[in-house]
Design a protein around this ligand. Structure first.
Ligand code: HEC
Length: 462
């Protein structure tokens, strides 16, 4: 016991640990900062979990185009705890993105970004984008067909930015085409560059929390006035403040533990996302589907008229970043209570609904053919061999990838469940032979009998 104490005294004397940690732990925070305030530290817990599991994964992962897919398969199927480790890293990423989002909404609703905490908001905006970039670069490291195609899409989109686009795209993939060098680049980005930036910004973000104090819960009719705020805040702390540890920090600790438990639970029960096929440039039949948190962005571009896409890819992110960065300067003082800022609350609700609907649409993917649809033939009762041939052709010739009948098939083209009611055989044949819009022309692909069988099948759809 005595030895331990003298060891501690030695360490403390040489490092000044307790002089540093003590005041941080005991510093006063406003009372009433209740459960709404746990999401920032929750995000931090997720980030730490990502660092730990990421280091674990990097011990076995091979960042080379020959080795990546195989090493991930090895991690998932054979390595001890590999499946759970990948699972935690995946659900940890999802958790981090959700919590960053909630934290940001909370800060916006309680207007905690106002004086003197503008820099907290600004560093937070950078952290938001860094988190999204980490999610994206992480998906590419899977280097399965999904990962490779997603990086192709990203590089093509970057390339459309005027003037600097080509340079940016080359910077991203390390050349003119996706290849071995692209993967080592994504690996460096995901493992060195962006985590280092996140550490920096997190450090700065936390330093600011200690310097400016946690924002007190807002109260209607108590606006922020930069001239008097700091003095008012200090007096309020002296009167009513509670020590950060343990009065406020126990909630953060509890919530962080719950978050980690939930992530580990999901990782054990559901496991990491399955690897799709190994990348093969000759398979164009894949529809690259990014992880869920990228779907809203994916959906936005899929739904946008193609003419404005290049413009939006360039202008959209700039407008988004600038308006987020401008927020604390545009409304840096005044009322903080959401009751007095109904339009701000309304705006947040709109954004959440918008992003949420994009997420749902991205999940359904009506714009891309559905290659996994089940052949209708299994569900149809055949009145004649002709009808049977038509039904089989409808699947075999790919019509069903884009057209739904009786609930089966893709949504890219119109639903054909009742096409026989309004279209004549001749009209149908002309339409199929000529294609048009986003439908391929089948004139050279189908034989005369096949066309007749297909038309017959469609006429039966009433
Ligand atoms: C790549 C997706 C795709 C494939 C494959 C496809 N279609 Fe289409 N189809 C469409 C689209 C999109 C439209 C609407 C085009 C437009 O008018 O702009 C359409 C329109 C049609 C129409 C007219 C329906 C209407 O209400 O306007 C018929 C009939 C039709 N397709 C039949 C077929 C048949 C039969 C096949 C297979 C031989 C087939 N399609 C394959 C995408 C597809």
């Amino acid at each position: 016991m005595k030895i331990l104490r003298s060891i501690w005294h030695w360490i403390d004397d040489r490092t000044g640990l307790s002089e540093t940690i003590g005041p941080l732990a005991r510093h006063l925070v406003p009372p009433g900062a209740k459960w709404a305030y746990v999401f920032g530290s929750g995000t931090l817990f997720c980030f730490i979990l990502q660092v730990v599991t990421g280091v674990g994964l990097s011990l076995l992962y091979q960042p080379s185009s020959e080795g990546a897919y195989e090493s991930l398969k090895f991690i998932t199927d054979q390595a001890a705890f590999g499946r759970v480790l990948r699972g935690i890293h995946f659900f940890g990423a999802s958790g981090m993105i959700i919590l960053v989002g909630i934290h940001m909404i909370r800060v916006y609703i309680t207007a905690s970004y106002k004086y003197p905490r503008e820099m907290s908001w600004i560093s937070g905006v950078f952290l938001l984008f860094l988190t999204i970039i980490m999610g994206f670069t992480g998906q590419l490291l899977r280097w399965d067909s999904n990962g490779v195609w997603s990086s192709v899409v990203a590089a093509e989109n970057l390339g459309r930015i005027p003037l600097v686009g080509t340079t940016l795209a080359r910077l991203l993939i390390g050349g003119d085409t996706i290849g071995a060098q692209s993967l080592s680049r994504f690996f460096s980005f995901h493992v060195f560059l962006f985590p280092a930036l996140i550490f920096m910004f997190v450090g700065f973000h936390l330093y600011l929390v200690f310097r400016n104090g946690i924002s007190e819960p807002p109260k209607a009719g108590r606006p922020v006035d930069p001239k008097t705020y700091r003095k008012w805040y200090d007096d309020m702390l002296k009167r009513e403040g509670v020590p950060f540890w343990p009065d406020a920090a126990w909630r953060d600790t509890m919530f962080g533990a719950l978050v980690i438990l939930a992530i580990v639970g999901l990782a054990v029960m559901i496991g990491p996302p399955a690897l799709t096929q190994p990348p093969d440039p000759s398979i164009v039949n894949t529809s690259p589907a990014p992880d869920w948190y990228m779907l809203p962005i994916f959906a936005l571009f899929a739904l946008m008229p193609p003419q404005i896409e290049s413009f939006v890819i360039f202008v959209g992110p700039i407008v988004a970043v600038l308006s987020l960065l401008a927020l604390p300067f545009v409304s840096g003082k005044g009322e903080r209570s959401p009751i007095r800022r109904p339009w701000a609350v309304f705006g947040v609700v709109c954004v959440v609904i918008f992003v949420g609907s994009l997420l749902v649409v991205g999940e359904i993917e009506p714009w891309s053919p559905r290659f996994k649809t089940k052949p209708l033939a299994q569900f149809v009762h055949y009145a004649s061999p002709k009808l049977q041939r038509g039904t089989v052709l409808f699947y075999k010739k790919g019509c069903q990838y884009c057209h739904q009948i009786k609930g089966y098939g893709g949504l890219k083209g119109p639903n054909l469940s009742a096409i026989g009611r309004t279209w004549t055989a001749n009209q149908l044949a002309v339409r199929i032979v000529n294609g048009g819009g986003e439908m391929p022309a089948y004139g050279g692909i189908l034989t005369k009998t096949e066309l007749a069988d297909l038309v017959f099948f469609l006429q039966m759809q009433k």
